[in-house]
Design a protein around this ligand. Structure first.
Ligand SMILES: *Cc1c(COP(=O)(O)O)cnc(C)c1O
Length: 350
C-alpha cells in the first residue's frame, strides 16, 4: 500500500506562486488549509474589532454571512444591501462612505447564487480615494473575470480554485497587501493560535519552513495540477471562455422567451447565468446537468446555468439550453441552440 507522500516545501511554494499568478500580485498569498469560506471567515475574524466601522455591501448570501462574522468580532457593521437581482451602485457606496466614515469596505466581486457581478474596479477606486481597507470575496470571480489584486489595490482577497479554475475546493487562498497585514497586526483582537488566524498562516519568506501539517495533501496536488492546465490555456483565455458562455447562454434563454434574473444585463456574471422564472414556476426541483434550481429563498424565482470551469464550453451551453427548451416544451428548440452557437462563434472570430 502506497503511503501518502507529504507535501514538499517546493510544492507549497508552487501552489502559492500559482495563486499569486492568478491574482496578478507580487505578494505571497496565504494558503488556507480548507475551502474558501474558511479564508473568508478568517478575514472577518482578523479585521473585526470594537471601534472599527466596516461598510459591508450585501448583494447575495455570502455578503450577509460576512456581516454576521464582522459583528461577532465586535465591529460596527454598516450594511448596504441591494435586492438580490441587482448589483450595488457606486454612487450608493460613495454616499454610505460619506455618511458613516468606515475604515474598511467589504463586498463580493462575482455572485454565484444571484449571477451578478459588482462594479469591482470602480468600487476599489472609490475605496482608494477614501483611504479604506478593501476586502473582496473573489471566489466566484477568479478565472471568470479579471482579479488584479495589486493594480486595483485590493487589501484582502479570498479565492478558491473550485469554480472557474476547475480545481478542488479543499484548499484556498487569501491575498493580503502590506496595508492589509498592518491592519491585521494592529488589531489586538485578531485571533492567534486559531484555525481562523491569518497571522498564524503567514509564511516567513526566504526560510525553508516545514510544510504545515494541516495542509490537505491530495487537494493541494489537485489544485497544482488544475493550475498547470489554466496556465497552459492562459488566464485571459479562460476569462474569455466564461464571457462567451455567459453571452451565448443569455442569447439562448432570450430565444426561449426568458430573460436574465439580473436587472442589468451589463452586470451578469460570466461564471453563472441566472434565469428569471415566472411566478410559481420552478421548472426543475433538482440539478439537471449544469442547470440548477435557485438556492434557498431564490428557489422558484430563478434557475442557474452553471457554465463554469470545464463547463464553460459551447457544448455544455448548447446542452443546457437544449434541456431547458425541452423542459419548456419549446416548439423549435433548434432555434435557441442556433442563437447560442451564433453568439459563441461570432465572438470567437473577432
Ligand atoms: C462558492 C463561493 C464561496 C464558498 O466557497 P467554498 O470553497 O465552497 O466554501 C464563497 N463566496 C462566494 C461568492 C462563492 O461563490
Amino acid at each position: 500500500m502506497g503511503q501518502l507522500i507529504p507535501l514538499t516545501p517546493a510544492e507549497l511554494d508552487e501552489l502559492s506562486d500559482q495563486f499569486a499568478w492568478a491574482l496578478s500580485t507580487r505578494e505571497t498569498p496565504v494558503i488556507v488549509p480548507g475551502e474558501a469560506i474558511l479564508g473568508i471567515e478568517a478575514i472577518a475574524a482578523g479585521v473585526a474589532a470594537r471601534g472599527r466601522t466596516i461598510l459591508n455591501i450585501v448583494t447575495g448570501p455570502y455578503g450577509e454571512q460576512f456581516g454576521d462574522w464582522l459583528s461577532r468580532g465586535g465591529s460596527h457593521v454598516v450594511e448596504l444591501r441591494t435586492p438580490y437581482d441587482d448589483v450595488v451602485a457606486v454612487a450608493a457606496v460613495a454616499e454610505a462612505i460619506e455618511r458613516h466614515h468606515p475604515c474598511a469596505v467589504a463586498f463580493v466581486q462575482g455572485e454565484a447564487v444571484t449571477g451578478g457581478s459588482n462594479p469591482t474596479q470602480a468600487l476599489l477606486d472609490l475605496a482608494r480615494q477614501n483611504n479604506l481597507i478593501t476586502i473582496v470575496d473573489a471566489v466566484s470571480a477568479i478565472g471568470a473575470e479579471p482579479v488584479l489584486m495589486d493594480e486595483w489595490a485590493m487589501d484582502f482577497v479570498a479565492v478558491g480554485a473550485q469554480k472557474a479554475l476547475s480545481g478542488s475546493n479543499g484548499i484556498s487562498a487569501v491575498g493580503i497587501s502590506a496595508r492589509g497585514w498592518e491592519f491585521l497586526s494592529r488589531n489586538a483582537s485578531a485571533p492567534r493560535h486559531s484555525a481562523l488566524s491569518l497571522l498564524d498562516l503567514k509564511r516567513a519568506s526566504g526560510e525553508a519552513e516545514p510544510v504545515p501539517a494541516n495542509i490537505p495533501v491530495l487537494e493541494a496536488r489537485a489544485v497544482i495540477k488544475a493550475f498547470h492546465q489554466i496556465q497552459t490555456e492562459g488566464i485571459a483565455s479562460v476569462n474569455h471562455r466564461h464571457q462567451l458562455a455567459a453571452a451565448s447562454t443569455l442569447a439562448g434563454i432570450k430565444s426561449l422567451g426568458l430573460k436574465a434574473w439580473q436587472r442589468q444585463e451589463s452586470a451578469c456574471s460570466p461564471l453563472v447565468t441566472t434565469v428569471r422564472l415566472r411566478q410559481g414556476e420552478p421548472i426543475i426541483r433538482q440539478s439537471r446537468g449544469i442547470l440548477a434550481p435557485g438556492d434557498g429563498e431564490l428557489y422558484g424565482k430563478l434557475l442557474r446555468v452553471n457554465h463554469f470551469g470545464s463547463q464553460a464550453s459551447l457544448k455544455s451551453v448548447e446542452k443546457a439550453i437544449g434541456t431547458l427548451a425541452g423542459l419548456l416544451n419549446a416548439a423549435q428548440p433548434e432555434v435557441a441552440i442556433h442563437a447560442v452557437r451564433k453568439v459563441w462563434l461570432a465572438s470567437n472570430d473577432s
